[in-house]
Ligand binder design. Structure first.
Ligand code: F6P
Length: 745
């Protein structure tokens, strides 16, 4: 119970006791007053009655009876008895109680002197089974002698009734006053507090009238609110879909989230049987963002790239997903062959992709690709603007396909909060300088309120690039860039997985997965299995990976005939010559190694060059002894995290390239330089020979990190930062009388 309520309760109980005691005093006093009153009345009545009885003492009893009946007209008179001086009964009203017969009362009315027969007045209060009575006795006196006496009984039960009524009234009055005394101030306080807090909230949101009351303390209050919000969001404990949802509701008042990403989370494809099937694309971006979207709902604007995508949408190009759950929808944007060629294959994947990855592929920048990139960015920005349901939506722009979209969106929706997340590395300023349109790209991205990368290093590279190529003010203390009055925060947000990962939850046990894979590929009972899962991309170091396996077999003959490496390779960007060549090269390399070390019933490299749905991928993760992630350069790499998530049995070893963002977090993996074939093959050998206890220790530690640093935390942190920027922009904008932001965060 809150302390205030406890205090009020104690006060009420105390006052009730006091009132009860006070009512007792009131009762005694009132009773004395009533009895004195009755006594006086009785004496008055008796004075008159005894006078007239004295006059008619010697008349018939009938006369006396008449007088007694007259006395009984007073409803409070219970009875009257007339006694002779010798204490014998003269007459009485019917039913007169025998407790007060002449003899009993006579002893009280005799004068105390020895031998005296004189009668005296006397009165008392007595209790009968029927209640309390007032007894009053007065002598009947003639001129010379006393004839006898009259006993008058008054019923006092009405006094008790009045006492009870008075007490009830007092308690009701107390209760009423208590309610009034406590309720009224509480109501007034609550009402005033409600008024103040809603006014304060609207001032802080920036959508209320300018409040004069809060003006002097507004900046203090704002600072306090921000500090409290920070503390609240930084509380330890696991982030879940539910917590993310609550955070969104608290900070963003349930606004719809709009995600812009080139790749859609569900692709409708027509199978060779003519059926439409829904595919999950091989994409780290989708792996991470799809659970966030399921938690937050909203719209995911993406290129409709599946061959049956058009058949699945409604007339607004919307399709509700996930199938069967339908918690958000995809808005599909259609691209012509030319647009795809210039924007996706050309500028994004032949220009920016090799520019940002240090993987020794030369970037190609063509003017026509750039034109398409600009046009398609505008097309998607327009699609996003048509999907929003307020003038200040939250828009999450994903990846290098949309560097220009943030500024385009801001132009149409100046109050929107745009967050860019760049899923690939950002090169150093010198390398960025290669791009002929570097200034336009940076300018486009700075249309966002927040630009996020996986690592601090990439944030630093971005800020250095801005510093080198644009006229801006760099606020290094707060890691922000201010360009023409607009402020953009540059922040690291290392991406992750949902936790628990649903594919791991629903998968068969690791033993069953192992048995299935062993059966499927005819592996010997004592075989050892390595796994790699990637899009067929030159940045993934698949060539180096296979060469490391070859080196392992060269250096460690004990693994020949026993160790096989399954490479799940999803074809990707196959229209680009470089990818095409990679495809062929990997196939040739696998064939050569198999030729060199394979034998009847033993294949060192199992190359599976087709798309695998997540349940199949998780089957391999759970079956394998080792997973090798050998990226030559990677923003994060979620395959590494997926392998750890899949190993609910704590078995298996992760060998991880030092050039991935993941290597900064999964430090219990065997970290290698994939270019160093000696070191990599040694790490593979160490992994295959690692004692079970050590495997479990390492896996347990990595899993405990992923539990905490999951994708709900990633999204939560980013959205909370966005909410703060938004609040600050609103308040600062209002205080300055304009919407531009110029204060520090
Ligand atoms: O690494 C950047 C990225 O967008 C990833 O998020 C994703 O895994 C991959 O590229 C997908 O590429 P694409 O959409 O071209 O197949």
């Amino acid at each position: 119970m809150p302390r205030m309520a406890q205090f009020v309760l104690a006060l009420i109980v105390g006052l009730a006791i006091l009132t009860w005691a006070a009512s007792g005093v009131v009762q005694t006093t009132a009773r004395e007053w009533f009895e004195r009153d009755v006594n006086t009345r009785a004496r008055l009545v008796l004075a008159g009655a005894t006078q007239s009885m004295a006059n008619s003492w010697y008349s018939e009893d009938e006369d006396l009876q008449k007088q007694l009946r007259g006395l009984l007209r007073d409803e409070r008179v219970m009875g009257v008895s007339v006694c002779n001086a010798d204490l014998s009964q003269r007459t009485s009203t019917p039913g007169f109680p025998e407790e007060f017969d002449c003899l009993a009362v006579g002893s009280r009315v005799r004068a105390p002197e020895e031998g005296s027969n004189e009668l005296q007045e006397w009165s008392t209060v007595a209790t009968l089974p029927t209640g309390r009575v007032h007894v009053s006795v007065m002598p009947v006196e003639g001129l010379e002698r006393q004839f006898g006496f009259v006993v008058l009984l008054h019923d006092l039960s009405y006094i008790e009734r009045r006492e009870a009524q008075a007490r009830t009234f007092l308690l009701i009055a107390f209760a009423f006053l208590a309610v009034l005394a406590f309720g009224l101030p509480m109501f007034v306080t609550k009402w005033a507090r409600y008024g103040w807090s809603s006014e304060l909230r609207s001032v802080l949101r920036g959508d209320g009238k300018q409040s004069r009351e809060f003006q002097p303390i507004l900046s203090d209050v704002r600072a306090l609110v921000e500090r409290m919000a920070n503390e609240k969001e930084d509380v330890p404990g696991q982030w879940t879909a539910e917590r993310l949802k609550q955070t969104l509701n608290r900070h963003l008042h349930g606004e719809k989230i709009v995600i812009l990403a080139n790749r859609e989370p569900y692709i409708h494809q027509r199978t060779i049987d003519g059926e439409i099937e829904v595919q999950h694309p091989a994409s780290g971006l989708v792996t991470a963002l799809e659970p966030v979207m399921r938690a937050c709902s909203g719209v995911w604007v993406a290129h409709g790239g599946g061959d049956a995508d058009r058949e699945a949408v409604d007339r607004n190009d919307h399709v509700r997903v996930p199938p069967g759950e339908e918690s958000y929808h995809i808005r599909r944007v259609w691209l012509s062959e030319e647009e795809q060629q210039g924007y996706y294959y050309g500028f994004s994947n032949e220009g920016l992709w090799p520019l940002c990855h240090v993987a020794h592929a030369r970037p190609l920048f063509r003017a026509e690709d750039w034109r398409q990139y600009q046009a398609v960015n505008q097309k998607f920005a327009d699609a996003v603007c048509s999907e929003v349901d307020s003038k200040d939506p939250i828009i999450l722009v994903q990846d290098y396909h949309f560097a220009l979209a943030p500024a385009m969106i801001r132009k149409r929706l100046p109050a929107a909060t745009v967050i860019v997340f760049w899923h690939i590395p950002w090169p150093n300023a010198e390398r960025m300088g290669i791009c002929p349109w570097r200034n336009e790209l940076l300018d486009g991205m700075l249309g966002a309120s927040i630009v996020g990368f996986h690592t601090q290093l990439h944030c630093n590279n971005f800020v250095d690039s801005v510093d080198r190529y644009l006229e801006t003010r760099i606020d290094r203390e707060h890691s922000a860039v201010v360009m023409q009055g607009h402020r953009t925060l540059i922040r690291p947000y290392p991406i992750s997985l949902e936790w628990p990962v649903r594919w791991a939850e629903n998968a068969p046990s690791p033993e069953d997965c192992r048995a299935q894979v062993w059966r499927e590929f005819g592996l010997k009972p004592n075989a050892l299995l390595g796994v790699g899962v990637d899009r067929l991309d030159y940045t993934k170091g698949i060539e180096e990976r296979l060469l490391a396996v070859e080196r392992l077999l060269e250096q460690h003959p004990e693994f020949r005939g026993r160790f096989s490496f399954a490479q799940l390779a999803a074809p990707s960007r196959t229209k680009i010559e470089r990818y095409h060549a990679l495809n062929e090269m990997i196939e040739g390399l696998a064939a050569r190694i198999n030729q060199r070390f394979g034998s009847a019933g033993y294949q060192p490299i199992i190359l599976l060059r087709f798309h695998h749905e997540p349940p199949e991928v998780f089957r391999f993760y759970r079956a394998a002894d080792v997973c090798y992630v050998s990226s030559l350069h990677d923003g994060m790499n979620l395959v590494a995290k997926e392998f750890v998530a899949a190993r609910t049995d704590l078995k298996g070893v992760l060998v991880l390239s030092e050039f991935t963002g993941a290597a900064r977090e999964l430090t219990e993996a065997l970290i290698v330089n994939p270019y160093d074939l000696e070191a990599s093959s040694n790490a593979l050998a160490a992994a295959l020979m690692m004692p079970l206890e050590e495997q479990k220790d390492r896996m347990r530690s990595m899993r405990s990190l992923l539990v905490q640093f999951n994708v709900y935390r990633w999204a939560g942190k980013m959205l909370v930062d966005a909410a703060r920027v938004r609040n600050q922009e609103r308040v600062t904008g209002r205080l300055a009388g304009r919407s531009a932001v110029s204060s520090t965060l």
